[in-house]
Design a protein around this ligand. Sequence first.
Ligand SMILES: *[C@@H]1O[C@H](CO)[C@@H](O)[C@H](O)[C@H]1NC(C)=O
Ligand SMILES: *[C@@H]1O[C@H](CO)[C@@H](O)[C@H](O)[C@H]1NC(C)=O
Ligand SMILES: *[C@@H]1O[C@H](CO)[C@@H](O)[C@H](O)[C@H]1NC(C)=O
Ligand SMILES: *[C@@H]1O[C@H](CO)[C@@H](O)[C@H](O)[C@H]1NC(C)=O
Ligand SMILES: *[C@@H]1O[C@H](CO)[C@@H](O)[C@H](O)[C@H]1NC(C)=O
Ligand SMILES: *[C@@H]1O[C@H](CO)[C@@H](O)[C@H](O)[C@H]1NC(C)=O
Ligand SMILES: *[C@@H]1O[C@H](CO)[C@@H](O)[C@H](O)[C@H]1NC(C)=O
Ligand SMILES: *[C@@H]1O[C@H](CO)[C@@H](O)[C@H](O)[C@H]1NC(C)=O
Ligand SMILES: *[C@@H]1O[C@H](CO)[C@@H](O)[C@H](O)[C@H]1NC(C)=O
Length: 640
Amino acid sequence: MPYCVHSYLLRFQVLGDSEFMYPKYFIFLLASLAGARATTELLDRNLVYRSPFADQPQLSHNLQEIQARHSQLSRRQLKDASGFRDSHYPTFYGGDFSNSAVIWGGGLNFTHSVASGDPFDTSVLLWTRAVPISPDGSSELPDQSVPACVSFKISTSSNMAEKPADSGTAFTSYDVDWTAKLEAKGLKPDTVYFFQFSDCANSSIISPVGTTRTLPSPDSHTAPARRVNGGNPLTLAVFSCSQFQAGWFNAYGFAAHNTTADIFIHLGDYIYESLGSGAHIGRQVLGRELATIHDYRQRLNQYRTDASLSFAHQHAPWITVWDDHEVADNAWKAGTADSNDTALGCSFSSTGACFSDRKLAAVRAYHEWMPIRQVVPDDKLRIWRNFQIGKLLDLTMLDTRQYDRDITDVYYNTEFINTIAALTNRSLMGSAQEEWFYDTLSRSKARGAVWRVVGQQIVFTQLNESGSFDLDAWDGYRANRARVLDHLYKNKISNTVILAGDSHANWVSDLAHPNDTTTYNPSTGAGAIGVEFAGTAVTSSSAFGSGISPAAADAKSRVLVDVNADLQWSEGSFRGFFTLTIDADTLNATYYAMRNTSFANLDGFVSARFLVKNGQNRLSRPVAGGAVSAGVLKSNVPVN
Ligand SMILES: *[C@@H]1O[C@H](CO)[C@@H](O)[C@H](O)[C@H]1NC(C)=O
Ligand SMILES: *[C@@H]1O[C@H](CO)[C@@H](O)[C@H](O)[C@H]1NC(C)=O
Ligand SMILES: *[C@@H]1O[C@H](CO)[C@@H](O)[C@H](O)[C@H]1NC(C)=O
Ligand SMILES: *[C@@H]1O[C@H](CO)[C@@H](O)[C@H](O)[C@H]1NC(C)=O
Ligand SMILES: *[C@@H]1O[C@H](CO)[C@@H](O)[C@H](O)[C@H]1NC(C)=O
Ligand SMILES: *[C@@H]1O[C@H](CO)[C@@H](O)[C@H](O)[C@H]1NC(C)=O
Ligand SMILES: *[C@@H]1O[C@H](CO)[C@@H](O)[C@H](O)[C@H]1NC(C)=O
Ligand SMILES: *[C@@H]1O[C@H](CO)[C@@H](O)[C@H](O)[C@H]1NC(C)=O
Ligand SMILES: *[C@@H]1O[C@H](CO)[C@@H](O)[C@H](O)[C@H]1NC(C)=O
């Protein structure tokens, strides 16, 4: 795009311009630029450039190159500016700005509101997307080689009136789809905060205000379990399987508007790679089956236009992990149902993308759009991580899917997977993650955390569904499941609560070795070592059949709770989510059913509540207090 065009020149602003509203800013930016000539500091502060491939030159962004692009532009401007007169550039002539950055000054559009995530005790990630607005409202693209500059403030006052607890500035650009992810630091533990982004070039252009929070400190002196969350129970809202074309994301909005959820957990299948047909409910997805970075970005972008989802991100911090569909259906470490690294894998779609390229594109777009931390700089795939939430709980997030999973059921190999499902050398997580997981459980017990909540993708408990087992769940990796249970039993680790998504139905179980009704008593729960709360989908259709009525689903559930010893509640008709409300004595799971996801609404009801008492390692009896509003309890199945 030519720079001699007057109207374009108007859109740029040189950092250090006396028009800057904040003197503090002015100093900060000048100091950082002067002190670090041609460094990439303002690009570095946007974590999106660093994740997920820092230290891997062939995969990472070359920040020097992006920076050089901007410096070159600024020099070119200097040269071409001779005939240019505009009060915005009083210091432009004569000054040596050859190394200063030029930023977009024509206005920014915060297209997808704000989000936050992965809180620690003194820091949290803040996210936004800032797209340059086209000159004079024209449909012409603004200059794409100029970075946009955003700054954030975070404060304990909702109107941002107080002196911010932290603030900062960073660049974003088309290289990262205009996303920005910054870490706010130096915060107080266990505290609710408000945050807002603005355009560095014009402080009256602002994003919506987001709400977030920090975690209580892991240290017992400052955060004994009873004092977490100011002495109130902490509520986690848990989601999985949100397919855009299958329905409206009412569950997210319901959790934000109608529950007291403090932290939102997503167990994966946040997006789907498929196209489907959602036109009849106004939910047609754009693009094609996902394969390239553009495809994955476009899909994430479209999902985040759902008002309920957008509001939920603005409303509270999220802690997320991916399942298969963030890459593609039934992913394992070297393939998916319709792609792998064989020759055929590279021609599965019209793009000809090979599986590895597809996975890298998916991972990059995920890190751009999600408020997630990159755990290890040079481990691009590692999202398994642990959150120490005071002495109340450890929230351990696993990746049973993309990181190092041995081959799964990809439909044409079901027979084969059946023959290897019990092999001891099969792993869902890979040995590094498995060892880390067992160690994390043990360390959580050793540090005196009351609860261990494990956020992971797939259903853990053995489920015999009319003689068949889901080999893409833990039932396809039985030795790995046995190792987890052995670790809990042998080390007497109490109060473990496993969460699962993936299955599009609700399953609540005591944790025990499959088939072992000697140690474990299904009617009293004695002998169990914890509980599993597996949740239904936000929208994806039921495992029992698309659009199945409550009565028809219950008929199936009745058989399942009868046949499966550990399974205490099954429900398959409603879409929804669940919450965990946790204090030092009890943990309550509340399941929410959304009445209708074919249009946007906040209509839902509680389908079941479960109580777990500290030290009991089982669902409290009578299970669900003896009554549920949907689905079938084992205790209600007549014994014949
Ligand atoms: C800002 O972005 C939103 C969402 O993409 C869009 O609807 C709106 O038209 C944009 N506004 C401008 C001024 O570009
Ligand atoms: C800053 O943005 C506001 C709101 O969009 C606009 O009215 C104003 O003209 C802008 N100021 C400058 C100096 O561009
Ligand atoms: C890769 O995909 C091809 C075609 O679908 C299939 O024949 C082959 O078995 C797959 N390889 C693996 C290891 O799954
Ligand atoms: C796993 O064990 C089986 C049975 O012992 C063996 O056939 C197979 O080669 C092993 N696989 C690996 C990856 O070691
Ligand atoms: C699975 O359940 C069916 C009843 O649905 C039963 O006939 C069968 O024996 C069970 N299979 C196993 C392996 O437990
Ligand atoms: C439980 O028993 C059934 C029937 O014998 C068997 O098919 C299944 O593999 C067993 N499950 C485990 C985890 O041993
Ligand atoms: C869980 O529910 C029980 C009632 O069933 C209540 O006594 C307890 O206080 C609740 N616990 C939390 C953390 O909300
Ligand atoms: C859901 O809402 C749609 C649109 O109003 C309606 O056509 C449909 O019958 C409703 N479904 C149920 C199960 O109530
Ligand atoms: C959820 O909250 C919204 C907004 O406050 C309200 O309109 C709606 O009726 C609530 N839904 C239920 C089921 O209470």
